[in-house]
Design a protein around this ligand. Structure first.
Ligand code: GLN
Length: 232
C-alpha cells in the first residue's frame, strides 16, 4: 500500500471508530443491486427499504407515472426506474441538496427522473398512478436517535413528530388522493410497530385494497392502499 493510501485508510478507520456510518465515509451504498452516491444530507439507504420497492413494483405498470416523495439520494425511485424503463418517474425532496444528489445518481446510473424541490406533495401536478415514500416516521423522543448510525443522519429524514412519529405519514395519506389517478396506489414505509395505525389511517381516508408487507425480519414495514377515485 502506498503511504497516501495508508493515511487515508487511517482517517477512515478513525471516523468509523467515532461512529460515522461506513456509507458516509466511502460516499457509496448499494441498494437493489445498484450503486448509489450518498452524502450526510441523506438517510443511508437501508435493506429494509427494498421491501418498499418490492411492494410497489407489481403496482407499477409499464407506462405508469410514479412519484417518490422525499427521495433523498433517489434510491427508491431509481430502483423502480431500473425495473420499468418505459414508466415516467418524478422525485421530490424538500432539501435542494438531496435533489442534486438524486440527479447525480440518476445520471450515473443512466436512468431518467424528473425532480422537484417540494414539501411533501405540495405544489405538484399529477395525477400519478403510484405514489411511493419512505418518509420520516421515528418519534421525536425515540432514544435510538441518540445512538449508533442514526446520530449522523439528518433528523429531518428520520423524525416524524411527537406521540408516535406519524405526523408526516398522516399528512401524506390525507393529501395523496389529490395527486392520485383513479385506482392509483399509495405505498409507504413505516416503523415496525406502526402497521395497524397506518392501515387505519389509509382506511379512514377511504383507501381500499389495503395491504401490509413484511420486511426480511418478518416485521410489518410497508402499507399500500388503492384510491378508489371518488371525491377526495
Ligand atoms: N428505518 C429507519 C430507522 O429507524 C428510519 C427511516 C425513516 O424514518 N424513514 O433506522
Amino acid at each position: 500500500m502506498d503511504p497516501s493510501a495508508g493515511t487515508r485508510l487511517a482517517a477512515w478507520i478513525h471516523r468509523r471508530a467515532e461512529g460515522e456510518p461506513v456509507a458516509y465515509i466511502l460516499g457509496r451504498r448499494g441498494f437493489w443491486g445498484l450503486d448509489f452516491e450518498v452524502t450526510p444530507d441523506v438517510l443511508v439507504p437501508r435493506p429494509d427499504t427494498e421491501t418498499l420497492v418490492e411492494a410497489a413494483l407489481p403496482l407499477v405498470a409499464d407506462e405508469a407515472s410514479v412519484l417518490d416523495v422525499g427521495t433523498g439520494c433517489g434510491n427508491v425511485v431509481l430502483a423502480l426506474a431500473s425495473e420499468r424503463p418505459r414508466a415516467q418517474f418524478t422525485a421530490t425532496d424538500i432539501d435542494p441538496a438531496c435533489i442534486a444528489l438524486c440527479r447525480r445518481n440518476a445520471a450515473r446510473l443512466g436512468l431518467a427522473v424528473t425532480t422537484r424541490i417540494a414539501d411533501g406533495l405540495d405544489g405538484l401536478d399529477g395525477p400519478f398512478d403510484v405514489v411511493v415514500g419512505n418518509p420520516p416516521y421515528v418519534d421525536d423522543a425515540d432514544a435510538r436517535l441518540g445512538q449508533g448510525d442514526l446520530r449522523f443522519e439528518p433528523r429531518r429524514a428520520l423524525v416524524g413528530g411527537p406521540n408516535g412519529g406519524l405526523d408526516v405519514i398522516a399528512r401524506l395519506i390525507r393529501k395523496a388522493p389529490d395527486r392520485l389517478a383513479t385506482g392509483g396506489w399509495l405505498c409507504l414505509e413505516h416503523g415496525d410497530e406502526q402497521g395497524d395505525e397506518v392501515a387505519s389511517l389509509f382506511e379512514d381516508r377511504g383507501f381500499v385494497d389495503i395491504r401490509g408487507h413484511m420486511d426480511l425480519a418478518n416485521r410489518p414495514r410497508v402499507t399500500v392502499g388503492r384510491w378508489h377515485g371518488g371525491t377526495s
